[in-house]
Design a protein around this ligand. Structure first.
Ligand SMILES: [Zn+2]
Length: 91
């Protein structure tokens, strides 16, 4: 099974596709399945692969591109802004 809508990572030459996580987030995955991938395609919702945690019996498992991209740090949004204002300590 070839994932649909395979594209190229913005910051490296890898072929990736976007899958929807159970949380609803869309995450990039390496287009080529790997034996030790962490996720598998549960089903398709339209053209969007719905991802789930891979089971040992899954033939095609996919690895999050966050784990393999050499520039992964540029993909992730900062969850905590730097220089966040500290709460004033009184007393
Ligand atoms: Zn990349």
């Amino acid at each position: 099974m070839t994932p649909p809508k395979v594209g190229i990572c913005k910051t490296c030459p890898a072929r990736i596709f976007f899958g929807e996580m159970p949380s609803g987030a869309h995450n990039p995955f390496d287009a080529a399945p790997t034996a030790n991938g962490t996720h598998a395609i549960a089903r398709f919702f339209g053209a969007t692969p719905m991802m789930r945690t891979a089971a040992a019996t899954d033939a095609e498992r996919y690895t999050s591109h966050f784990a393999t991209c050499p520039n992964a740090s540029t993909h992730r949004r900062r969850s905590t802004p730097r220089g966040r204002t500290r709460e004033a300590v009184t007393g």
